[in-house]
Design a binder for this molecule. Structure first.
Ligand code: ATP
Length: 202
């Protein structure tokens, strides 16, 4: 699953729609201090479902919306769209057959985020699983924030294990196992209720 294009609009300092083509191989982002290099990376993490405002250097999630500048009023929403090559059809259903995926996240001030894949509204969980299965995502160790190396060195063993699991692409399986366990428990409760009712009828 290769990333092809990242489009930011109203996201942090990218008030006007801005598109980055992601060519095969290594991509470097260079520029003077404060020009928005980290914002590009944060846009990528955000569209993949990043949900910690602190990790995006804000107080609340609305802080990702362009806050205004001397000549420009603040925006009421922000949107990031990531275009992904799915030629090898690795995306989960119902998107397996689509050759290209457009994953978008939009936030409206005070109203939270909406996620879409190829125009179809999906849940945060669907977006997170899509990327987890491809061994990437908002917390992927491939995206290294400033200060992250020292955090990793100081991390507790459980947190290091989580990082390794994400890199190995098994974190999506944990989520699915947890959901299956919840469904199993609900089915067990229903079964015991049925037993009670059957006992009363005998
Ligand atoms: P450095 O090289 O110093 O790490 P950088 O190129 O990574 O800098 P960023 O940290 O990505 O730069 O961008 C910082 C700029 O983004 C600041 O000028 C900041 O005011 C601006 N910025 C961040 N959030 C918003 C927002 N919500 N609205 C408007 N501008 C924002």
């Amino acid at each position: 699953m290769d990333f092809l294009r990242l489009r930011l609009s109203g996201f942090k300092s990218f008030v006007d729609p801005t598109e980055f083509l992601i060519e095969p191989g290594l991509t470097g982002v260079v520029g003077p201090n404060g020009c928005g290099k980290s914002n590009v990376l944060e846009g990528l993490r955000w569209v993949m479902g990043a949900n910690s405002a602190k990790a995006l250097r804000g107080q609340g999630m609305d802080d990702v919306i362009f806050a205004g500048a001397s000549q420009r009023p603040a925006r009421s929403h922000a949107e990031v769209i990531l275009t992904i090559d799915n030629a090898r059809h690795r995306a989960p259903q119902p998107f397996t057959d689509a050759p290209v995926l457009e994953v978008s996240r939009r936030i409206d001030r005070g109203q939270g985020s909406t996620y879409r894949v190829n125009g179809k509204e999906v849940r945060l969980r669907d977006v997170q699983l899509l990327f987890a299965d491809a061994s990437t995502g908002a917390n992927s160790p491939a995206l290294v924030r400033q200060g992250q190396i020292s955090e990793l060195i100081a991390a507790k063993p459980q947190n290091r294990r989580r990082i390794l699991e994400e890199a190995g692409g098994v974190s999506g399986l944990h989520t699915r196992r947890h959901e299956a366990e919840l469904r199993l428990r609900a089915a067990e409760t229903n079964l015991s209720r049925l037993d009670d009712i059957a006992g009363e009828l005998e």
